[in-house]
Design a protein around this ligand. Structure first.
Ligand code: UFG
Length: 328
């Protein structure tokens, strides 16, 4: 298939593109490069284009016989979404609608969508199932949930089939060491822990040590980026076999606390990683763990890198070789 990947120069996108390049599919990447890195796209066709640019998108669709879209382009900082909701609704919803419009014009009716655990808000119980209530607590989560609802309406009205993947905490880097996580600003725990190991930060702040968890710090479900990327390929291939639309959680099903992440990173890196308790970060749920039963049963997805040590080791390899990210 000719598959268009939006946001293919980002952390998740570059890993999805790399996995796709190892299949028989043709890859066309679209990214506006505001956050993404051109050198992270390891092959296929590349277009620097914003999804808000209707004319340019139409041109790309006219030049390639696109058969399916993997839509990852989005803003994804929870804190920023609270202070700049307009940016989130513009980029994650309005630009996404533009994409859907161009897809329909070209009769492209298969879409894999990158959604998030943030759609659940504060879960009532864990592990979280896809059927649990969705009550996002910030504009980022709401923008992703609204887009899922738009997709359901487009399915009913235009027969557009979609698979929405609700990511938990993506982490690690591709085994090749060619691509990895490079955000600016960096807000995610594992890269910050590793930058502290490298001495690029004096210490890690632990946001909250008085949660009702086994050691007082927040628990998250870390999923290796390659396992996450492979789920997109299973999803797009399932759609190609005329599957019905569905929504899947994507996590490893295991939870690790912030302290456990730091301890594992100390072991993997053999560096002392100074860490100090700090205030809670507003909006952080104490525990987020996915039930990934549905995706395992229906798509046959199985994580290959399911221990935290391996996940952190692959991230460490990337950080060591690229201490300042892609600019290294
Ligand atoms: N944390 C720290 N110190 C830091 C950074 C993070 O203690 O310097 C803690 C956070 O409070 C949280 C955990 O580490 O408990 C993980 O934080 P991340 O920022 O790495 O990830 P989040 O769980 O906040 O975010 C993830 C995705 C988001 C998504 C969100 C849904 O990265 O895209 O889950 O809640 F929106």
């Amino acid at each position: 298939m000719n598959i268009l990947v939006t946001g293919g120069a980002g952390y998740v996108g570059s890993h999805v593109v790399k996995e796709l390049l190892e299949t028989e599919h043709q890859v066309i990447t679209v990214d506006n490069l505001t956050k993404g890195h051109r050198e992270a796209v390891l092959g296929g066709e590349f277009y620097q284009c914003d999804l808000g640019d209707y004319q340019e998108l139409r041109k790309i669709f006219s030049q390639h016989q696109i058969e399916a879209v993997i839509h990852l382009a989005a803003d994804s900082l929870v804190g920023e979404s609270v202070t700049s909701p307009n940016k989130y609704y513009q980029n994650n919803l309005a630009s996404g609608l533009n994409l859907l419009e161009v897809m329909l014009e070209h009769s492209v009716k298969k879409l894999v969508f990158s959604s998030t655990a943030a759609v659940y808000g504060e879960p009532k119980s864990v592990p979280i199932k896809e059927t649990d209530p969705t009550e996002p607590t910030n504009p980022y989560g709401r923008s992703k949930l609204f887009f899922e609802k738009i997709l359901a309406d487009f399915d009913r009205a235009y027969n557009l089939k979609y698979i929405s993947l609700r990511y938990f905490n993506a982490a690690g880097a591709d085994n090749s060491g060619q691509i990895g996580e490079d955000h600016d600003p960096e807000t995610h725990l594992i890269p910050l822990v590793l930058q502290t190991a490298q001495g690029r930060r004096q210490q890690l702040e632990i946001y909250g040590t008085d949660y009702k968890t086994r050691d007082g710090t927040c628990i998250r479900d870390y999923i290796h980026i390659t396992d996450l990327a492979r789920a997109h390929i299973l999803a797009v291939e399932k759609l190609a076999r005329r599957a019905e639309s569905s929504i899947y959680n994507l996590g490893s099903g295991d939870g690790f606390s912030v302290r456990e992440v730091i301890d594992t990173a100390r072991k993997v890196t053999a560096h002392d990683i100074p860490a100090a308790p700090a205030e809670r970060r507003p909006g952080d749920p104490p525990v987020l763990i996915a039930s990934s039963k549905r995706i395992k049963e229906e798509l046959g997805w199985q994580p290959q890198y399911d221990d935290l040590e391996t996940i952190i080791a692959t991230a460490w390899q990337w950080h060591k070789n690229n201490p300042t990210g892609y600019s290294s």
